[in-house]
Design a protein around this ligand. Structure first.
Ligand code: G3P
Length: 217
């Protein structure tokens, strides 16, 4: 499973990148706002050290303008994945830009049919938003399973990029289903290493070691 980091906070990306935990990065207009930085500048900085796909999202709503924005974003670096919303204009943009050889991440996916039509439009990645489905008492993981089944039924090459990841359990469940990628906030990636019994066991080891009176160095 590939880990993409869902943030435009460069320091947070660098910390995980140094651990080998960054297979890519995703941003969106809300994350750019949160970063307080210019989209072109922060995306260029991320691409200066992240080799994997870096998603940068268009903000136009009409295909012609989306295509122009997408080409400008793609010009930042060879590993840019142009992010487009799952609208008819977004799908038109996906078809054109994927046809020009650019990676396209189709985002704001909330149904299996949306994922199906995005794959037919040539999407490199599909981004189903798990957390936001959970927020309205639907099961976001059911959607991941449905997309996995459909893509496998027809051998679609589009990668399932599970997004709106809110917990370590989301990551585990996506891995069990077979999502190709999860994109998660840095804190969720770090939470994968945490377990209360690990902490408790380590405390006991250290306490018992102190009683030996020994030193290793
Ligand atoms: O990549 C999409 C992600 O940033 C959305 O997350 O928690 O706002 O649903 P969230």
């Amino acid at each position: 499973m590939k880990f993409f980091i869902d943030t435009a906070d460069v320091d947070a990306i660098r910390e995980l990148h140094d651990l080998g935990m960054v297979d890519g990065v995703t941003t969106n207009p809300s994350l750019i706002l949160k970063s307080g930085r210019n989209i072109l500048e922060v995306t260029k900085e991320i691409c200066s050290f992240v080799q994997g796909p870096v998603s940068a999202e268009v903000v136009a709503l009409k295909a012609d303008d989306m295509i122009a924005e997408g080409r400008k974003l793609a010009a930042i670096a060879p590993n840019i994945a142009v992010k487009v919303p799952l609208t008819w204009d977004g799908l038109k943009t996906c078809k054109v830009l994927s046809g020009e050889g650019f990676m396209v991440n189709v985002t704001l996916c909330f149904s299996a049919n949306q994922a199906l039509i995005a794959a037919k439009a040539g999407a490199t990645f599909i981004s189903p938003f798990i957390g936001r489905l959970d927020d309205i008492n639907l099961d976001g993981l059911d959607l991941i399973g449905d997309i996995r089944t459909i893509y496998d039924n027809y051998d679609f090459k589009t990668q399932i990029l599970a997004a709106s990841i809110r917990s370590a359990n989301h990551v585990k469940d996506c891995a069990m289903i077979g999502a190709d990628v999860v994109t998660a906030p840095p804190a969720v990636i770090k939470a994968l290493a945490s377990h209360v019994l690990t902490d408790k066991g380590l405390d006991q080891f250290i306490a018992d070691w102190a009683k030996t009176g020994q030193k290793i160095l």
